[in-house]
Ligand binder design. Structure first.
Ligand SMILES: Nc1ncnc2c1ncn2[C@@H]1O[C@H](COP(=O)(O)OP(=O)(O)OP(=O)(O)O)[C@@H](O)[C@H]1O
Ligand SMILES: [Mg+2]
Length: 377
């Protein structure tokens, strides 16, 4: 048995949620020295084996390193070290394997070969029987030279200025990444469509009408795919429905869409909040949390009913997603699966908790799963 096969590692969701909470708490201590990347897709997260193999990676970390999630799984983090930085990275990784939590700096090159200065936070989480552990890893991009942790005694003013600078630089980086995605993805797709249309035109001029018709059929398919890509990129940046409809109506529409597309499940929307009740900066997070949790219900719960609830509480707002499915407790996390990173929920937990909210998930035995998040409003 190859023990480095990603599917041999079984990390339970409850352990991962607990690990994420510990990691965030411990990583906060290092925050003054690093620039956390505000990426629209959420924090770059991965699960590594103690010897540095990617067992699972979300799309943000994959984009950061220039791969797809499926391409990253099975690779060694050490392979990504920038030239001359392999040895320090190997030392840090072996320190991580011996500790519960370890933060360190690394210079990684990723696929493009362009060196990136990163801060890695690693928290060990149980991964199957016989005391095996895996490393939940948060990648933070350091946008400026990192000061030594000892130099963290700065004035509040300097700290605020630095934060603003990180934020602006983070936005710049995200724009660069988005522009690369538009260029490499959409740019290429449109070039291909143009070539196909020109080819069809040429065939029509030569009288090869049937060939041209076939080519145009293929072109239409390609255009449809490209429209899908555009929608996905836009949706990731900001769910459009939020601006068009406001949060409650956008959530209602999400519920109806999910009910239509999934068979045998009724989606109940129970909301007593108006759009003005919810602070603007929380709306996208709330929408994404609902989206992720409802999709999880459809994908994993085998439920017949799920209820999305939104309520005002004393001093805040509460979102709950309750299904009557099989519960998550004894289901292993699907690391190694091409189309899932198994990091969707803890990505949401990170998003909620890094914006001052609290996140929880409970398995209710045979009566389903409850995901809830509360924010002070
Ligand atoms: N409502 C649910 N009912 C039963 N199991 C669930 C539910 N939600 C999540 N799970 C379990 O928790 C695991 C982790 O969920 P998570 O959203 O983090 O990952 P994923 O859905 O497998 O992959 P991704 O979201 O990255 O595409 C799932 O693989 C599944 O086993
Ligand atoms: Mg998911």
């Amino acid at each position: 048995m190859n023990t480095n096969e990603p599917t041999q590692w079984q990390v339970k969701l409850a352990d991962l949620i607990d690990g994420m909470r510990k990691l965030c708490r411990a990583a906060r201590h290092y925050e003054p020295g690093t620039g956390s990347m505000p990426d629209a897709r959420g924090a770059p997260l991965a699960i590594l084996s103690p010897d540095g193999i990617f067992l699972s990676a979300n799309r943000t970390v994959a984009a950061l390193l220039g791969y797809t999630s499926a391409d990253l799984v099975g690779r060694q983090l050490l392979e990504m070290a920038a030239a001359d930085f392999e040895e320090p990275l190997a030392n840090e990784l072996s320190a991580s394997a011996r500790r519960d939590f370890h933060s360190f700096r690394a210079v990684l090159a990723g696929r493009t070969g362009q060196p990136m200065r990163l801060m890695l936070h690693q928290q060990s989480v149980p991964a199957g029987q016989s005391g095996r552990t895996a490393l939940l890893t948060l990648f933070e991009e350091s946008l400026l030279p990192l000061p030594e942790p000892a130099s963290v005694t700065r004035s509040a003013d300097a700290a605020a200025r630095e934060r603003l600078m990180y934020l602006t630089m983070g936005q710049q980086k995200e724009r660069q990444r988005l522009s690369a995605e538009l260029h490499d993805g959409l740019g290429q797709a449109l070039t291909l469509v143009k070539l196909m249309a020109e080819d069809a035109l040429m065939r029509i001029r030569r009288g090869q009408v049937d060939d041209a018709a076939q080519l145009l059929d293929a072109t239409v398919l390609r255009i449809r795919e490209t429209i899908g890509d555009v929608r996905q990129i836009c949706g990731e940046l900001r769910p459009q429905m939020l601006d068009q409809l406001g949060l409650p109506a956008a959530l209602g529409s999400l519920c109806r869409r999910i009910e239509r597309s999934a068979e045998g499940i009724s989606v109940v929307f129970d909301c007593d909040v108006s759009d003005e009740d919810v602070p603007e900066h929380l709306k996208a997070d709330m929408f994404r949390l609902a989206q992720e949790a409802l999709n999880n219900t459809v994908k994993h719960a085998a439920a017949t009913e799920v209820t999305l609830g939104v309520r005002l509480t004393t001093g805040g707002v509460l979102m709950t997603i309750l299904d009557n499915g099989i519960g998550y407790e004894n289901r292993p996390l699907s690391t190694g699966d091409d189309c899932a990173s198994g990091l969707g929920l803890i990505g949401m937990q990170h998003r909620v908790e890094s914006h001052g909210g609290t996140f929880s998930i409970q398995s209710l035995g045979k009566s389903g799963t409850l995901v809830s998040a509360a924010w002070a409003a």
